[in-house]
Design a protein around this ligand. Sequence first.
Ligand code: ZN
Length: 691
Amino acid sequence: MKIFVPDNNRCSGVTETFAEIEGLPNFSCIDPDEIEDAIKKLLAFNREEVAGIVGRAGDDPTWDSLVAPLEEIDDRLTKSWVPISHLNAVVNTDALRAAHDGCLVALTQYSTELGQSQPLYDAYKNLRSSKTYDDELSSAQKKVVDNALIDFELSGVGLDEQTKKRFADISERLAVLASQFQNNVLDASDAWTRHFDGPDLLGGLPDVNLAIAAEAARTRDLDGYVVTLEMPSYAAVMDHAEDRELRREVHEAYVTRSSDRGPHANTFDNTEIMTETLSLRHEKARLLGYGNYAELSVVKKMTDGPAEIEAFLENLLERSLPTAREDLEELSAFAIEKYGIDEVRPWDTRFLSEQLRQEKYAISEEELRPYFPLEKVLTGMFEVVERLYGIRVQRAIAPDHWHDDVLFFEIFRDQDRIARFYVDAFARPHKQGGAWMNDCRVRRESGNFLQLPAAFLTCNFTPPVGDVPALLTHSEVVTLFHEFGHGLHHMLTRQTCAAVSGINGVSWDAVELPSQFMENWCWQAESIDLISGHWQTHDPLPEALLKRLLEARNFQSGLAMVRQLEFGLLDMALHTSQETLDPVEAMLDVRKRTGLVRSPEYDRFLWAFGHIFSGGYAAGYYSYLWSEVLSADAFAAFEEIGVFDRRTGQRFLQEILETGGSKDAIDSYKAFRGRQPDPSALMRHKGLVTT
Ligand code: ZN
């Protein structure tokens, strides 16, 4: 069976859906009508091969007879599926969605079946207790075997047949629910638009946003302006629209997406999906002998358990609330004085913050935007990592792509090309919101073949309009650095076993370390010089503006921190409860402690919270803050000696980025820092303590 056809871009034949071109997916060959059939054939083929491998490995398995050939099979499947799920997320169509969702049950069945396979489990156990394990395996290989054994247990290999079956059914159903959740969010986001004949009601919106709204109208064959729920459009209204009722209306549309409230109430409603998901997660955990889903989810994380996470979040909350209250008092005083608003509501906070920031620091995102054309930011960002890690990033032509906006780059170490990545930067309809990095190819070695890593960096930035290139706000710049940090973690790895290469095998609560770490270079004078250049004059960000940007860094950071803590605490409440909580009640309950700004009755933000219902952050949202303790403390090592200090950069590269999942996260961290992480750097960076 010929699955991959290297350097072949002709689109014919049934397996062309999985065709490769120059070692990367040939997206144009992916035919939605063929996907289900092709994936199912591949799964059948894999099953036969797995049985053969286990049989041949016998009672005395070795790395080469067992793990290596299984990795080969697994990688082949991943490479086939990844481009499909990527296209489903970024250029969604009905046909693609049907094909994607049609494969989910088969894929989950396959992975549960392997995870619950007693012969396969026995083979790994035999390898684990063999002399080969002690004498011949590298520490990374040992980690792969150890992780695999944990995965078998978490897949229910130890359960009786009847319970195994129930466990498998739950896993299948959860995969389907996660996808349905995401589909509803996407459809609800696309469904709402608001048309304006003229610009009057859009007073306050900067020219660039008006131009985008006009463009959105044109693409819909309308005159005037269209506001959408795509992030650049939503953010423009929230940050700048002077009409309070307009802000409220757009906010309502946004926070009621895929719920039982708001303009499309009950049309794309996620309520049942959420309660069923929570209930099945709980049941799954119980089947494995854990008290709740959070206990199950922490098995492979850095933390000791839910109690430690909750204490961590509560402690941060206690330390952040006083600052958050001060932030709100300041905002409230400003609101009444300037706008006669006697109670600050959620649709006011971003607008008021933006106005107050301008008044206090004489700085606005719009003033900064012309200095951050996407091209310049990318070039500067690459220079930052060249200085830190001695690598070179070059623009190249993608062998194939899925949209004309996609950019493509190659990374070199000395003269060797070591990785490749795509950047899909702009918001558009039928593209999932938010920003993320996903792996496209993992670095691995097989015989004398080395597969280079490749990554997708996906964002939803403001697109270019007319003759004006794409200009980023500073917070979009921060997002780009964040995702590139994940990308570097994936792509600069030196690991050769797929299961611990790049971000694979990294504790989920440490996975935001490299990404949040990179964000720091958006806030240093030396690096801002590299990433900024006015799109017309090419001048870097003027010193006065830079000074104000840095002064304003922690403006309103207390409120932002409490918001993050609210997400983290709510996530933990939902996943530690013995019974399935009503999501509204859970939300209100957490807000008794975190909700400083009174939310409207219709608020259903959780109904579009993909992180915990369709991403990997269930009982794991705290990871952002947990990792931030590490990233802030890691960056402090540079603050002590210089933000471009090459030796410290090399150490971070070697101990964190290149190591990936081959070591426990805390050991990697200690190898870099020479000590345990110190949480005080985070509090200092957030301006929550004065030093
Ligand atoms: Zn991230």
